[in-house]
Design a protein around this ligand. Structure first.
Ligand SMILES: Nc1ncnc2c1ncn2[C@@H]1O[C@H](COP(=O)(O)OP(=O)(O)OP(=O)(O)O)[C@@H](O)[C@H]1O
Length: 306
């Protein structure tokens, strides 16, 4: 089945250890989160990924089915397990250790790519963490981007380094190269500062426009979002909400932004919609559970705009 938005990345089972020693398990991986957020925004969306032939892979397949994310471009890997990662937090809630393992999706090779599905999609969304550390994944990501560009499928890219454990020179080389081929750049400010060495949001946006993006939406956490094209930019303030956990807010932003961009073809309308969706996603714990549906976002915007 062809979809409008194809999200290429690595599903990861997450285990978030809390300061009381308990842990919260959850589905994650930036592109899976993004796909679910887009589906909840009403978009036609699919995942392009490998999962292991294991319980975690099965659990992702069930989740995507429930969420209406197409899985016809998800394949099973006989040689690697579904990715997992552990995060632990200190008593102040600060993240202090991180470990990842598995990662069937980093084994996707250029030969595995579903060429016709990439060509048929309107947007291919990819994100950066795996490419920064794995040559195989980088080759497949760049091959997918090449297929998309040749077919006129727009490419969307979020750096998503999350923790800055990867060697900076490698992370920079790979993410800048991918950004240079992206039509839509969706960086978060922390990553963007780290990767560009710039701190002023306008300078960061200029950097990505100069690299080649047609649309940049730079997320600024509780400071909102800066959306820009070559001839217009708009600073969108964050909604004042009682945020309890911003995990996945950036992924919710990406999915909602791309869903609304597909619907309206207006990056500024997409930025305002995604800003509301991401604010709502901070009201609950974890990445997936608090992601809002389109009707919840519409209701929220109606109330806030009264
Ligand atoms: N405290 C908050 N209050 C309201 N909105 C928020 C808050 N934190 C985040 N947001 C919304 O979520 C969007 C994305 O947040 P952020 O910039 O932290 O993402 P990110 O850096 O990509 O992080 P991650 O991928 O880890 O979720 C922001 O642009 C904003 O719209």
């Amino acid at each position: 089945m062809s979809v409008d938005l194809l999200c290429f990345g690595e599903p990861m089972l997450e285990f978030n250890q809390q300061s009381d020693g308990n842990y919260l398990p959850g589905h994650g991986g930036d592109t899976s989160n993004c796909a679910i957020a887009a589906a909840r925004s009403g978009a036609s969306v699919g995942m392009l990924a490998h999962v292991g032939a294991d319980a975690f892979g099965d659990s992702f397949l069930s989740l995507w089915e429930v969420e209406g994310v197409d899985t016809s471009t998800v394949t099973g890997s006989a040689v690697a397990h579904t990715g997992i990662y552990f995060v632990s937090h200190g008593p102040d809630g600060h993240q202090f250790s991180y470990m990842r393992a598995g990662s069937a999706s980093s084994r996707v090779t250029p030969q595995d790519l579903p060429v016709a599905d990439i060509e048929a999609a309107k947007i291919l969304h990819v994100s950066g963490i795996s490419q920064a550390i794995s040559n195989t994944a980088a080759d497949a990501v760049f091959a997918a981007i090449d297929i998309a560009r040749a077919a006129g499928t727009r490419v969307s890219y979020d750096t998503n380094l999350r923790l800055k454990l990867w060697p900076l020179a490698r992370a920079r080389a790979v993410t800048h190269a991918a950004m240079a081929m992206a039509d839509i750049a969706l960086p978060g400010k922390d990553d963007a500062e780290h990767l560009t060495g710039l701190s002023d949001p306008d300078a960061i946006v200029d950097f990505y426009l100069t690299l080649g993006a047609k649309v940049v939406a730079l997320t600024l956490g509780s400071d909102g979002t800066l959306v820009a094209t070559s001839d217009r930019r708009e600073r969108i303030a964050a909604f004042p909400v009682k945020a309890v956990d911003a995990t996945g807010a950036g992924d919710t932003f990406d999915g909602a932004f791309l869903g609304e961009l597909l619907r309206t073809d207006d990056p500024f309308a997409a930025g305002r919609y995604a800003n509301a969706a991401a604010a709502l996603s901070t009201l609950g714990y974890g990445a997936v559970a608090p992601m809002p549906t389109r009707s919840a976002v519409d209701r929220f915007l109606e109330e806030r705009n009264k």
